[in-house]
Design a binder for this molecule. Structure first.
Ligand code: HOZ
Length: 422
């Protein structure tokens, strides 16, 4: 039976009077799944509640940050303590060095780290730095990989653009993407061909080491290795966008999980512990090009914000002191994966990230992801939601398992999957 969403409906109508589409980020509008978005009143641990009092097991986890659940007590205390001392200074703090050192120690390629406010800022700044460091303008990105909404990276972007079937964004001048070359995910030959056709012109390849914005698409065996060797061969930089995978696939992200170190990396989500914080980093020689050491400009009033930094430090401390979290996340996600398979559904998984695809084709790239039957996905989504399981309202987003999902949560989720009528 459909849950009561009367209050959310009123709130949505009000929001639409002042906010485009009633939301501050498009996928939240539930446009593609044909129902009113749930307006949230609170979230704690493994649960989230809407303003009608409906309670859900939360597998969105704020789209990734909540790996240790929502509003972890230790993180909230750290945030409150920092807030008492001032919300923002616009001046350096010792805490920023502590967080940068922690990131650097977890991730060998991040010899120097700059803290910013969002994943979009991190990827945009990493690209600028890569161009500044190499003196080359062109970059390669993969169709269906999403790296935030900066102009140069909104070409064949996944995530919300894919969800709403937009070709690309209006308002992005052709000139802004003219140096963005597109390759196919999991297809090293398409990358090599671009390098051959653009000799000495390509600054960097940016990739989600596990794609998670066209649904979850793991790299095929050898794909990341090939990117590493092709970029070396053509003296270009390899940038891992670990906004989703960083501190999730392992403490050292996808780089550690797959044993490949890039030249540069972008973080977001978990690194900010639920606060607006992200980071980009790279080898010392590359990051030395960033102002004030070098000529690549990037700045921000709220960069290294003390409250956000406190949340990041505490979240990473919790993850680091509980290394078994990653194995348990894997087991829980594997149990859900099995439930989908037993139901005859097509599922991709990498650690605690999963996506069920409404297609019989193996999903390995954007083209195959697009074969999904989105109407069938809508049926799936509505039945999950109406049975208390909160998942992303899009075929092209991930399901996030957290450290605080209990055995009972997983069992209930599997029961709901078993009962689906698609
Ligand atoms: N498409 C974004 C995640 N990949 C959505 C983020 C949000 O709406 O908060």
């Amino acid at each position: 039976m459909a849950i009561n969403t009367e209050n959310s409906e009123i709130a949505f109508n009000d929001a639409k009077q002042y906010i485009p589409g009633g939301v501050d980020s498009p996928v939240r509008a539930y446009k593609n799944v044909g129902r009113t978005p749930l307006f949230i009143s609170r979230a704690k641990g493994d649960r989230i509640w809407d303003i009608d009092g409906n309670e859900f097991i939360d597998y969105v986890g704020s789209w990734g940050p909540n790996i240790i659940g929502a509003a972890n007590d230790r993180v909230v205390s750290a945030v409150s303590a920092a807030a008492q001392k001032g919300l923002t200074y616009g001046a350096p703090t010792i805490a920023e060095t502590i967080l940068a050192r922690e990131i650097s120690e977890a991730y060998p390629a991040a010899e120097r780290v700059r803290l910013v406010n969002s994943g979009t800022e991190a990827t945009m700044s990493a690209i600028r730095t890569a161009r500044g460091a190499t003196g080359r303008d062109k970059i390669i990105k993969f169709r269906g990989n999403y790296h935030g909404h900066s102009d140069a990276l909104l070409a064949s972007a996944g995530s919300g653009v894919l969800t709403d079937s937009l070709p690309d964004s209006a308002g992005v001048p052709a000139n802004a993407t003219k140096d963005t070359l597109l390759a196919d995910y999991n297809d090293p030959a398409s990358v090599e061909a671009l390098f051959e056709a653009n000799k000495d012109e390509i600054a960097a390849v940016i990739v989600e080491p596990v794609a998670a914005n066209m649904g979850v698409v793991p790299p095929k065996e050898g794909f990341l290795e090939a990117l590493r060797s092709i970029t070396k061969k053509y003296r270009a930089l390899l940038i891992f966008d670990e906004v989703i995978t960083g501190f999730r696939l392992s403490y050292g992200g996808a780089a550690q999980a797959f044993g490949i170190q890039p030249d540069m990396v972008c973080f977001g989500k978990i690194v900010g512990g639920g606060m607006p914080l992200a980071a980009y980093g790279g080898k010392k020689w590359i990051m030395s090009k960033v102002a004030p050491d070098g000529p690549v400009y990037q700045a921000g009033t709220l960069s290294g914000n003390p409250v956000a930094v406190a949340a990041g430090i505490e979240t990473l401390a919790i993850l680091k002191s509980h290394p078994s979290i990653y194995e348990r996340l894997d087991q829980k996600a594997a149990t859900i994966e099995k439930a989908f398979r037993d139901k005859g559904l097509n599922v991709n998984r990498a650690g605690s990230l999963l996506s069920v695809f409404m297609t019989d084709e193996p999903v390995t790239d954007e083209k195959s992801a697009r074969t999904s039957d989105t109407e069938r996905f809508t049926k799936y989504f509505n039945q999950m939601l109406d049975n208390g399981i909160y998942v992303a309202p899009s075929q092209f987003e991930a399901m996030f398992v957290s450290a605080v999902h209990t055995k009972e949560d997983i069992a209930k989720t599997c029961d709901v999957i078993k009962s689906l009528e698609l």
